[in-house]
Design a protein around this ligand. Structure first.
Ligand code: UT7
Length: 336
C-alpha cells in the first residue's frame, strides 16, 4: 500500500524581529495586553529596506527541506504552495517558487486555505501519492503578512498577531504494509462565517476593485471577529481531533505530540485542558513567531523535530487547526 512519508523539513523567517514594544510605538497596545491575550512576545517581519516576497521565504525553507531529504529540486513531481498572501495577485506563488528552484515544467499549484493551508495541502499530497499521480511532493506554507497590515489603532487586534515566515516539507510515496506515514486526514469548511476573518479588497465583486474610499475605510486590510473565531476554535479543535483519531483507529494516549495551528496560545491551552492533555504534549512557538498562518504547522513541526520532541520511529503526531474560511482540519502522522 502506498503511504505518504515526510522526508525532510525546513523553515525560514526574515531576520527582522518586531517586538510587542515596537507595536506599542505604532498603536495603542502594550506588551502586557499582547502576551496575556495571545502569548506572542515577538514576530519576524520582512524589512522594507530589503523586501522579500512570500516565494522568497518559501524558497529558503524549501532548499533546507530538499537538502535534508537528500533530494534535488528536479526530483519533484509536484509543488503545493499554501498561502493567503501570494507575492502578486496571480499567478500563484507556487509558479514563482518553481522558477526560483530552477525548474522548468514541474507542476505547481496554490491553495488558499489560510490557517489550514498546510493541513489541506497534506490531504491533497496524500491523495496524489495514494492515487499514484506523484511520488515526490514539496508542500510549502508561507506568508508575508506585514506588508498588508493596518498599523493604526483600527487594526490593532489583527496586526499584533501576524508574523511572516515560511516552512516546507518533502513528502514521498512509500510502498509498505506498515501503518506509517499519514494515517488519516479530516477537513471541514463553513463558508457562512467567511466574513468573520477576511481581507476584502481588491475584490473582483466590486467595481472598481479598490478605490480611495475603500482604502480610507481600511477594506484592503484584514478584519476579524476575534471572539467568534476563538469560541469556534475552542469547540471545533477537540471535535476534529476525536474525528481524525476515529478515522485512523488511533487512541489519544498513542499520540506523542499535538502540533496545533499557532493562532493564540490561549486557544491551544484550552484545547489541551479540554482533551485532558499534559501541557508538554501540545507544541507552542507562537511566542517567537506570532501567527504565520499557512506556515505555522510546518514551522512548528520543523522545530519540534530539531528539539527532539518528535521524530523517532513510531512517534505519532497530530496536526490540527482552524482559521479563515472558516476552515478546520486535522491529520495524524506516524514516523516510519
Ligand atoms: O489564525 C486565524 C484564526 N484566528 C484566531 O484564531 C484568532 C482568535 N481570536 C483571538 O485570538 C482573540 O480574539 C484576539 C487576540 C484577537 C483578541 O482578544 P480578545 O480577548 O478576544 O479581545 P477583544 O477583541 O474582546 O478585545 C478586548 C479589548 C477591547 O477593548 P474594550 O472594548 O474592552 O475597551 C479591544 O478594543 O481589547 C481591545 N484590544 C486591544 N487592546 C490593546 C483589541 N486589540 C488590542 C490590542 N492592544 N492589540
Amino acid at each position: 500500500m502506498k503511504r505518504t512519508v515526510i522526508r525532510g523539513t525546513g523553515k525560514y523567517v526574515p531576520e527582522r524581529i518586531v517586538t510587542n514594544q515596537d507595536m506599542a510605538q505604532w498603536m495603542d497596545t502594550s506588551d502586557e495586553w499582547i502576551v496575556q491575550r495571545t502569548g506572542i512576545e515577538q514576530r519576524h517581519w520582512v524589512d522594507e529596506k530589503n523586501p522579500q516576497g512570500t516565494s522568497d521565504l518559501a524558497l529558503e525553507a524549501a532548499k533546507i527541506a530538499l537538502d535534508r531529504a537528500g533530494w534535488k529540486a528536479t526530483d519533484l513531481d509536484l509543488i503545493i504552495f499554501a498561502t493567503l498572501s501570494p507575492d502578486i495577485n496571480f499567478p500563484g506563488s507556487g509558479c514563482l517558487l518553481q522558477h526560483k528552484l530552477g525548474l522548468e515544467t514541474t507542476p505547481a499549484l496554490d491553495i488558499r486555505q489560510q490557517c489550514t493551508g498546510f493541513l489541506y495541502g497534506l490531504e491533497i499530497a496524500d491523495a496524489y501519492i495514494q492515487s499514484g499521480m506523484a511520488k515526490k511532493i514539496l508542500l510549502v506554507g508561507a506568508e508575508v503578512h506585514s506588508t498588508g497590515l493596518d498599523l493604526t489603532n483600527r487594526g490593532r487586534d489583527v496586526t499584533v498577531i501576524f508574523g511572516d515566515g515560511g516552512a516546507a516539507v518533502c513528502l514521498e510515496a512509500v510502498d509498505t504494509d506498515q501503518d506509517v506515514g499519514i494515517l488519516a486526514n479530516v477537513m471541514h469548511a463553513m463558508g457562512s462565517m467567511a466574513e468573520s476573518l477576511m481581507t476584502e479588497a481588491p475584490a473582483s465583486r466590486n467595481w472598481p476593485r479598490l478605490d480611495e474610499k475603500m482604502m480610507d475605510e481600511g477594506r484592503h486590510f484584514p478584519v476579524m471577529d476575534g471572539k467568534a473565531i476563538f469560541k469556534l476554535a475552542v469547540r471545533k479543535l477537540p471535535e476534529i481531533t476525536m474525528e481524525v483519531m476515529k478515522k485512523a483507529g488511533v487512541a489519544l494516549d498513542e499520540i506523542d505530540l499535538f502540533i496545533p495551528h499557532q493562532a493564540n496560545m490561549r486557544i491551544n491551552q484550552m484545547f489541551a485542558k479540554s482533551m485532558k492533555l499534559p501541557e508538554d504534549k501540545v507544541f507552542h512557538n507562537i511566542q517567537q513567531y506570532g501567527n504565520t498562518t499557512a506556515a505555522t504547522i510546518p514551522l512548528a513541526l520543523d522545530e519540534a523535530i530539531e528539539q527532539g520532541r518528535i521524530g523517532k520511529s513510531g512517534d505519532v503526531v497530530c496536526f490540527l487547526g482552524l482559521g479563515a474560511g472558516v476552515t478546520w482540519g486535522a491529520s495524524l502522522y506516524r514516523f516510519p
